[in-house]
Ligand binder design. Structure first.
Ligand SMILES: Nc1ncnc2c1ncn2[C@@H]1O[C@H](COP(=O)(O)OP(=O)(O)OP(=O)(O)O)[C@@H](O)[C@H]1O
Length: 234
């Protein structure tokens, strides 16, 4: 289980996150939504170990986590705004590279299976420089899944994707949920939030201002109305 306790991040003289506390269990799916500039990406970077919080604690399976901690690398798969893929390499070569970096066993077999799963099997040996955004994102997802993370953190993963790529991405996220993987989704897309998550928090001006369970009768309209109210209050 991941627990964030009173995370504050100050950069220069700007307080970007203020005492953010949250927890995420395996098999849970949590969305973080909020206006532009609310601090969502900074929150994401702190939780995946790319940024060190100014104060507060990140606890993963009872262990306090610091920036670049090996435990974070092992257990959390994250997909941020950068794909961390190499343009001159093919999908297979990219996965082989990351597989070695993360000491994955049976890299070749797992890579083939994942490339089929994300629909890139026919393009597996072509350098990715000519790939579309959707294809890149499919490969980025395969890269994240290769070490079989226990928690999957996704920052705006649907942005710029075509419908087919959205379908592939969502079916993978749902499959991982049923396998017990914890999902944290940062998104502007309320439809995807409703479709994929069971719990939603609103981050506004660096603070969590509201939280709700996604109940069965919640639709796009009720979610939006709840969000607007939370942001106006916050
Ligand atoms: N390295 C930095 N130095 C100074 N200010 C920063 C830095 N990173 C982020 N900020 C500021 O912190 C605030 C929150 O940024 P962040 O990118 O986390 O927000 P966000 O909610 O992800 O926004 P968006 O939805 O537009 O991506 C913004 O005002 C941003 O300009």
């Amino acid at each position: 289980m991941l627990e964030l306790k009173q995370i504050t991040k100050i950069i220069g003289d700007k307080t970007i996150l203020r005492n953010v506390s949250l927890s995420l269990r395996r098999g849970e799916s949590l969305a973080v939504i909020g206006p532009n500039g609310a601090g969502k990406s900074t929150f994401f970077k702190c939780t995946v170990g790319l940024l060190q919080p100014t104060s507060g604690e990140i606890i993963l399976d009872q262990e306090i986590i610091k920036k670049n901690s090996p435990l974070l690398k092992k257990k959390i798969g994250f997909l941020g705004h950068e794909s961390f893929l190499y343009n001159t390499l093919s999908p297979v070569e990219n996965l082989r590279f990351y597989g070695k970096l993360y000491k994955v066993k049976n890299i070749e077999e797992k890579s083939q299976r994942l490339l089929k799963e994300v629909g890139l099997h026919y393009f597996k040996d072509i350098p990715i420089r000519s790939f579309s955004r959707g294809m890149m994102q499919r490969l980025a997802i395969a890269r994240v899944l290769l070490p079989e993370p226990e928690l999957l953190f996704l920052d705006e993963p649907h942005t710029g994707l075509d419908q087919e790529a959205v379908k592939v991405l969502n079916s993978i996220i749902k499959e991982k949920q049923t396998d017990g993987t914890g999902i944290l989704l940062i998104s502007h897309d309320f439809e995807q939030v409703l479709n994929l998550c069971k719990r939603v928090v609103v981050l506004d001006k660096g603070k969590i201002v509201a939280e709700t369970e996604v109940v069965d009768n919640m639709n796009l309209q009720t979610l939006k109305a709840w969000y607007e109210k939370a942001v106006t209050k916050g």
